[in-house]
Structures are given as structure tokens and as C-alpha cells.
Design a protein around this ligand. Sequence first.
Ligand code: NAD
Length: 481
Amino acid sequence: MAVRADDIEIRDDFALLIDGELVTGSATLDVINPATEQIFARCPAGTTFELDAAVNAAARAFPAWSALGFSERADFVKRYVIALGERYDELAELLVREQGKPIAQARAELDSSFRLANETVELEIPAEQLVDSGKHRIELHYRPLGVVGIITPWNAPAALALGGLGAAVYTGNTCVIKPSPYTPLTTLKLGEVAREIFPDGVVNIVSGGDDLGRTLSEHPGVQKISFTGSVATGKKVVVSTADTLKRFTLELGGNDPAIVLEDSDPQAIAKKIFFACFVNCGQVCMAIKRIYVHEAIYEGLCQALAEEAQSARFGNGLDPDNALGPLQNEMQFRKVVEIFKDTIDGGATVLSGGEIPDRPGYFLPPTFVTNVADDSRLVTEEQFGPIVPIMRFTDIDDALRRANDTRYGLGGSVWTKDTARGKKIAARLEVGTAWVNRHRAISAYVPFGGAKESGIGRQNSVLGLKGYMEPQVISVTDQDS
Ligand code: NAD
């Protein structure tokens, strides 16, 4: 049912998914459309009561679900992806309204997460034969853990919920998903579809505030937390999980550098670098957040990037002509504006963008700045917004030192026509993924995660799936040995 407040229609057709039932609960969350700054939807906010019910349901569902084989569980996931596809347009539009990203990027988020889920369930995790000496046989098996708590942020809510869900249930676990209070809606709709496909209790979704995330991390009925979010909250999750010694995977923030070598063609790479900086308005963990350019092509690349920025329209993500939407929430908008002002006060120069529009919505234009000090907040912090510094270097060792001079270590890239040299330089980046001539490419077959404070553990690939399982040695000796 939709209710009216003032003259805005507020959607309220959202429910938690607990034990196969759609539940409304006792408290609510208001959800703001960041393009208008108006509340446009209201959904349930789970309390400890609903969270306990979800964890208990997941625990009850675990024995039967984990007893199924990989291929049976893969069939459920594939049927789920097909069922989600039937609600594709509705999900994509809802994602734009709650998150802000342009509609093409919302569709891309769904497309890539559907593909990732389908490809993940093709991966095999066979037992490994460690010893076979006739009478002694030792094998390494992997067992599901039990109930997995999946905590997601607001920048890519559908992809991160689906990625966690697919990995958790394919490996034989059941799950409880807690989306960000800023973007709970698409995730709750994923729950409606999950209800039609999975046995009761295998997938549970409880939206709620930050406290609910802490309660889930501490919960004695949960065996693993798969957390995606900021470094600061990731550290809190480590503390909350300590009492029960839960397994955890932390996918945290990044401050990815791109190093552009002197042989690069600015015209050939500007579009790719621009997109890797400003997709989702820069609110991507593995967006390019710092650009280091060799002095020989510095002016040329600055010009080519400025042209890209000037021709990119920004505005409501529902308008397909807009390449950038708003920042997702007011807190993030204020933080990015503050970092921008601090950078300009520190003597930096605006190359493109830089004007803060005087209109509703958390909008900022794609902005490049030059003459930025290495110790400025824009360089040292994760800005998570559409303001990117371009810095000059002459010596590659100096560029690498500056690129690595950070507590983050998610991704980084090197841009050059000489890919052999690029590969050697990429290997010196202290990051989980070092790309050459691309940035932000991930796949189901490739482990993804952070070095340093950008995370612990990996998602995707067999390595990632093993993070949802406990290794178990089975050691067999014949009695007559
Ligand atoms: P956040 O850390 O504020 O919140 C993430 C989630 O944690 C939310 O669901 C929140 O309610 C919950 N939470 C808050 N306090 C908690 C606590 N004490 N215990 C448990 N859960 C708690 O992050 P955000 O601002 O929503 O997201 C932006 C951050 O996420 C950025 O730093 C970005 O780089 C990072 N991120 C990382 C990846 C990756 O794969 N490495 C992907 C996307 C986003």
C-alpha cells in the first residue's frame, strides 16, 4: 500500500524475509531519494527480536540445506537468477531511486551480479588428496560453516547482497543479510524473490540500522560475517566477532592509484580512466582515487580528462542522458564537499568541475584537481566521491613510493603501451589487485580483496568460496597397517 505524506507518495510495499515469511516488524526506516532529498519509501527496521528469529530460522534450515550437493544448490541459485531477471526493470529502477546511480549503471550492477552468481556456481571445490601411500590416505575436505551474516554498504547494495548470498548458499551455508539503512529496498525485493525459490530459512533478510549490524556480528548463532563497508566499521566487526571467534571476510575501502607512464596515448586512455574514476559518482571501493602521470604526457592527459569531465552530464539517474547521479547521502555529500574545500584552501587548482550546484539533490560535478599536496586529505583519505587529484611524476620509483604511501591496498593500475614493463611495475603496487591498462575489472573466477587495511580475505573464485567453508582433514589408515 502507498501512503501520502505532504504531496509525496511514499511507497511502503517492503517486508523482511524471515523463515520464508514476509514480515513487517514493529519499527520502520525512512528511505531518501538522493536525487531529490525527499523520503520516497518506508520499510521495516528489524530489531533484535527479528534478528534472533532470522538467525534461528537459518540455523534450523542449515542441516537439510548443507546435506544437498553442490549441483543441487547450484540449480537453486540459477533458478533464483532467472526469477530475478523477470523483475529486472523494477529492480533497476528501484536501485536508481534509493542509491542514485544512473539507470545504465543500475542495470550493469544487476547484469554483473547475475553473471557472477551463475559463474560462481560453476566453480568446483573438490577434496584434495594430500597423502596416498597405500595404507594411509589423507584428504582435505571443505565443510560449510553454518549461518553466515552478510552486512552490506550503500554503494552497490544489489551486487554485494547477491554476491554474498550466492557464495554463502552455494557452499552449503544459510544466511542472514543486513543491508545498509540508506539502501535497504532493492535488497528487500531480492528477498521477495528468494522466498519463491529457496527452502524456508535458507535466505533471510533483515534491514535495520548500524546497531543491527553489530548485533549480527556478535550473535552466537552466526558462524561467519561477510562484511563490506568502511575500514572504521570493519575494525568494529573484528572486535564484535572476537567473543565467538567467528570467521570473517572484510571487504573495505580503497584509495586506488593509477600510474600513467610516458608512452601512453592520452586520447586512447582518457575515457577508460574517466569512467574508472567517476562510475557511481566515485562511490566505488575500487574506483581510481589518485592519478599519477609522467610529466612527459601530463598536460596532454589533463586536457583529455578535462574534456571527458566537461562533456559528462550529471543529474537524476533516471534520465538516461546523465553519466553521473548524486552522492548517495547527505553525510557523504558533506564529507566530499569538506575534502574539496580543504584541497582548494591548500592551494590546489580546479581543472574541471568544482562548482557546487544550488539545487535539491546531493549533486557534484565530476571534478579533477591539480597542484594537490601529497599530504592533503584528498590524497591520503578515501574521498568516495567525484573529486579526483591528478599529480605529476618524473621518476617511476618516486611514483610507486607515493602510490604505496597509504594504509589502503585494494587495487591499483599502471597504464602503458609496454605491457611487460607495466606488469613489473604493477607487481610493486602493495594492493590486492594490480591491473595494467584497465581498472575495476572483477570476475567470478578471480579472487578480489584488499591488502593492508583494505580488508582481510578474498571474495570470488575458489579461494573466495573456501572462505565460506571450514577445512577438514580426513585421515584414514587401514586396520592391518
Ligand atoms: P559502513 O561501514 O558505514 O556501513 C556498512 C554496513 O555496516 C552497513 O550495513 C551498516 O549499517 C553496517 N554497520 C555499521 N556499524 C556497524 C557495526 N558496528 N557492526 C556491524 N555492522 C555495522 O560503510 P558505507 O559507508 O555504507 O560504505 C562505504 C564503504 O564501503 C567505503 O569505504 C567503500 O570503499 C566500502 N566498500 C568496499 C567494497 C569492497 O569490496 N572492498 C565494496 C563496496 C564498498
